[in-house]
Design a binder for this molecule. Structure first.
Ligand code: GLN
Length: 453
């Protein structure tokens, strides 16, 4: 099959099914077909890599030159980036085709994709339910086969949680493994891009293209990029898997607990050794995260002032009015809530009580992981306490939504990598689980996920 045929196939499916799912904000058919023709020429010339001609979708916070990058916000509804992000540039250089940009929670703040200016995304497995967030559009698009794979970003679970809600495999790499250049920042010390695909094998191919040092991101790490596909077939005999007791305590739904218990048996059958471990500070993760992430967000989002780019209010009376009304009209409720929380936590009288405390907790959580990895190679746990909830169910109660992030945010606070993979179903809704590993253990995580799959 040619890349043009494949691209036409996905474009047709988007036209047919995305009206009901709302997974794309922007679809770029002409551009995609043009890229597909170039890919076909490369294929014909024998100058092709494993991703040449593969149609992808990108979360709408990766700047894409000439294509609108909205970040799910009215603030950037009219923003056409003048440059290409490192992630999308590398994927384009690998010969991939860009089908379009996917829906997401506004500025990646959310766990249900309901905070998007462009409307909620529906879970293809059951359209009454959320697909997760904030990379909900990417998850729904891959799950409904409206693209071959997609990019996402994970600040507190936004790759792994939606992957879990839609039966995908999604990888959050080690902080610094992938360049954040050209990725609209939410919480810079936590943000990390990664692949969302149907299998670990596909994730390995995408990560190969995405990973690596970039001089334009000072937090990208100058470590060699291993061959992520080379170890996929290693047997799991002798692998030590840890089950953190805090992640299986109250609040975990029984279907999810059962699915993971079944997965544990399968891992044992594959030769792994199971150990009970403890991550004692896990319960502090939510309060720490919901100080640190909004604090960084309040700083990052100060650039949206109606002056240089993005939304500008009509007929401003003066400069203060321009700032005030552009931000009041351009940002949605959840974004405003985070900016207020963050600015408060960083303010002079409260800095020590909140931000500094949260940073100390962050270190404790990191230390918990380091101690655990002295006993085990990987950690196995759920991605979320329950399968995908109903659209609208948590919309009036932000804290109940924050609580669903309990199993994913620890990895971001510690900077360690994690891979989400399907663990089964509760009725028609997928159940996700995740494997967490030490820094730069992506190849190992992909190997373990691939052996399970
Ligand atoms: N749900 C978390 C939040 O709202 C994580 C989002 C993310 O990973 N981008 O902050």
């Amino acid at each position: 099959i040619s890349s043009v045929e494949l691209t036409e196939h996905y474009l047709k499916r988007i036209e047919q099914f995305d009206g009901a799912l709302n997974s794309y904000i922007t679809v770029t058919p002409e551009l995609a077909l043009e890229q597909a023709r170039v890919a076909d020429a490369r294929l014909a010339a024998g100058d092709a890599g494993p991703l040449t001609g593969i149609p992808l979708a990108h979360k709408d916070l990766f700047c894409t030159q000439g294509i609108r990058t909205s970040c799910g916000s009215k603030m950037l509804d009219n923003f056409i980036a003048p440059y290409e992000s490192t992630v999308t540039a590398r994927l384009l250089a690998a010969g991939t085709v860009t089908l379009g940009k996917t829906n997401m929670d506004e500025f990646a703040m959310g766990s249900s994709n309901e905070s998007s200016y462009y409307g909620a995304v529906r879970n293809p497995w059951n359209t009454e339910h959320v697909p997760g967030g904030s990379s909900g559009g990417s998850a729904a698009a891959v799950a409904a086969r409206l693209c071959a794979a997609a990019t996402g970003t994970d600040t507190g679970g936004s790759i792994r949680q939606p992957a879990g809600y839609t039966a995908l495999t999604g990888l959050k790499p080690t902080y610094g493994r992938i360049s954040r250049w050209g990725m609209i920042a939410y919480a810079s010390s936590l943000d990390q891009a990664g692949p969302m695909a149907r299998t670990a094998e596909d994730c390995a191919l995408l990560l190969q293209a995405m990973a690596g040092f970039d001089e334009r991101d000072s937090t990208s790490v100058d470590e060699p990029v291993p061959d992520y596909s080379a170890e996929l077939n290693q047997p799991l005999s002798g692998l030590r898997i840890g089950l953190p007791k805090e992640y299986f305590a109250s609040g975990l739904d029984t279907a999810t607990a059962d699915a993971i218990a079944a997965a544990v048996k399968q891992f044992q059958a594959l030769g792994a050794e199971i150990k009970d471990i403890s991550l004692p500070n896990a319960e502090l993760a939510i309060p720490a995260y919901y100080i640190i992430a909004p604090a960084e967000a309040s700083s990052n989002l100060s650039r949206f002032d109606g002056v240089r780019f993005g939304y500008r209010c009509e007929n401003p009376a003066d400069l203060t009015d321009l700032y005030k009304r552009s931000r009041a009209e351009g940002f949605g409720d959840e974004v405003k809530r985070r900016i207020m929380v963050g600015a408060y936590a960083l303010s002079a009288g409260y800095y020590d009580a909140y931000y500094l405390q949260a940073q100390k907790v962050r270190r404790l959580i990191k230390n918990d992981f380091m101690a655990a990895y002295e006993q085990v190679d990987v950690i196995l746990c759920p991605t979320s306490p329950t399968p995908a909830f109903r659209i609208g169910e948590k919309i009036d109660d932000p804290v109940s939504l924050y609580l669903t992030d309990i199993y994913t945010i620890t990895a971001n606070l510690a900077g360690v990598p994690g891979i989400a993979l399907p663990a089964g179903f509760a009725g028609d809704l997928p159940i996700g689980m995740q494997l967490l590993g030490p820094y730069f253990s992506e190849a190992r995580l992909l190997n373990v996920a691939h052996q399970y799959q």
